[in-house]
Design a protein around this ligand. Sequence first.
Ligand code: SAH
Ligand code: DHB
Ligand code: MG
Length: 214
Amino acid sequence: MSLLTDIDRYIEQLCIPPNVAFEQAIRDAKANGLPEINVSPNEGKLLYLLAKITGARRILEIGTLGGYSTLWLASALPARGKLVTLELEPHHAAVARKNLDRAGLLKKVEIRVGNARLSLRQLKPAFDLVFIDADKEGYPVYLDFALKLTRPGSLILVDNVIRHGRVLDQKPKDAGTRAIRKVNHRLATNPRLETILVPLMRERIDGLAIARRR
Ligand code: SAH
Ligand code: DHB
Ligand code: MG
């Protein structure tokens, strides 16, 4: 085991209380053949805290998978809060629906199945928090929509902004990393935003961008 994994586990054991529904959601996603690309428990807790700290009432998530990050974000909502999550694959959405229902959170969540590029056009502002975590090539378009659908004070969170250091390459071979570099640059230089990229570790290092609308 690497030092990174050991530190991640240390934080998880300290800071993540056991939660049967959350743990079952990860097992269920795997059993149903979904890729194991959900946020880690520690990143989930960070998303939860950011939503809580900002008092988010309306949350938008792009990329549901089996609903693991959705569980964390939805559980940060106040009584009448709402979360809309966008997912391309009907099978992923079905697994997510079951996981959210089991945790008693489905009533706060609306899962919209389809290409996010299309679903996003139907949404009305304003969201207090947007979490971008779908196909990496789509990130620049998703950031455009996030800017349209938020208000001053809203948070825009973007997953996978470090990609094990692949973003350090000025001319990355894969289109996903090129799109992420573009988004990182826009997050950092847009005068309407104040931004930091937070490295997060698991087996390897990835990261979460936290941007606040001025
Ligand atoms: N947020 C999830 C992980 C999302 S993985 C978690 O942490 O638990 C990325 C998801 O985005 C996958 O389920 C994939 O099917 C979905 N996706 C990929 N392209 C998409 C698109 N164009 N529109 C909507 N969802 C998309
Ligand atoms: C991948 C996608 C993710 O959203 C993630 O958090 C990790 C990996 C991937 O497509 O490999
Ligand atoms: Mg991700």
